[in-house]
Design a protein around this ligand. Structure first.
Ligand SMILES: Cc1cc2nc3c(=O)[nH]c(=O)nc-3n(C[C@H](O)[C@H](O)[C@H](O)COP(=O)(O)O)c2cc1C
Length: 211
């Protein structure tokens, strides 16, 4: 599968088949996490593979009872070691790079799961303390995300995406340009205001012409 297809067809899967996932595939997913970029190549993460039903259930409970998680045969918890980044980069390392490093690893893993024919979902809504207790984590590690993995038992439609023309600026904030999808974003209210003003000007211009 090429990268574009993989990125565009990956979906968050919340319904899984009762079918186990072999360790080789999980290792490939972990390996792709390892190759993520990280600030100063610190790689200040740990990946905890969870297969025990009892712990998977605890993780679902910790995730504010997202019960669908229980049916995923594998969970991977991505935990950060913020102190390592703090030592090199201070507060920015601790608060920003640590999260970005882990997010890059998570996305690599989601895409690799897709490429291997597996479904996955990034779960971020959980009670950190409960996850820490369920996994017996040390104090200097913080859970960043849980990835559920298994064979998909659903084919969700793509949730809508905001058009690029509303997300891209050229050269400067609100910068418009040709050749890119940057049209310069205006809120719907502002656009309506502009359109109404243009119409009003046309009406006045017509009336003046008639006279
Ligand atoms: C930081 C983050 C936290 C998320 N947390 C949850 C979650 O707790 N539960 C869940 O079902 N999905 C969660 N998701 C998945 C999003 O709902 C999903 O990515 C989004 O709706 C777009 O759908 P797609 O992944 O199919 O493109 C999370 C995604 C991210 C990036």
């Amino acid at each position: 599968m090429n990268v574009e297809e993989c990125i565009k067809t990956r979906r968050s899967i919340r319904k899984y088949k009762d079918k186990s996932v072999d360790s080789e595939k999980i290792n490939q997913i972990l390996d792709s996490g390892k190759f993520a970029p990280s600030a100063g190549n610190l790689q200040n993460w740990k990946f905890i593979v969870v297969r025990k039903e009892e712990i998977i259930t605890k993780l679902a409970e910790a995730s504010f009872d997202q019960d669908w998680m229980i049916d995923a045969p594998v969970h991977i918890v991505i935990a950060a070691e913020p102190r390592k980044a703090e030592r090199y980069y201070g507060a920015r390392g601790e608060r920003l790079y640590t999260i970005q490093n882990c997010a890059a690893a998570i996305q690599n893993m989601l895409l690799t799961a897709k490429d291997l024919g597996l479904g996955s979902c990034w779960v971020g809504a959980f009670d950190e303390e409960k996850v820490i207790r369920a996994l017996n984590m040390p104090e200097d590690a913080t859970p960043q995300a849980i990835i559920t993995i298994g064979y998909a038992d659903e084919r969700p439609d793509m949730p809508s995406r905001i058009e690029l023309e509303h997300q891209v600026y050229l050269d400067r904030w609100w910068g418009k340009g040709q050749g890119y999808k940057a049209k310069g974003y205006k809120s719907i209210a502002i656009q309506e205001g502009i359109d109404n003003t243009k119409k009003a000007i046309k009406r006045v211009a017509k009336r003046i012409k008639k006279k």
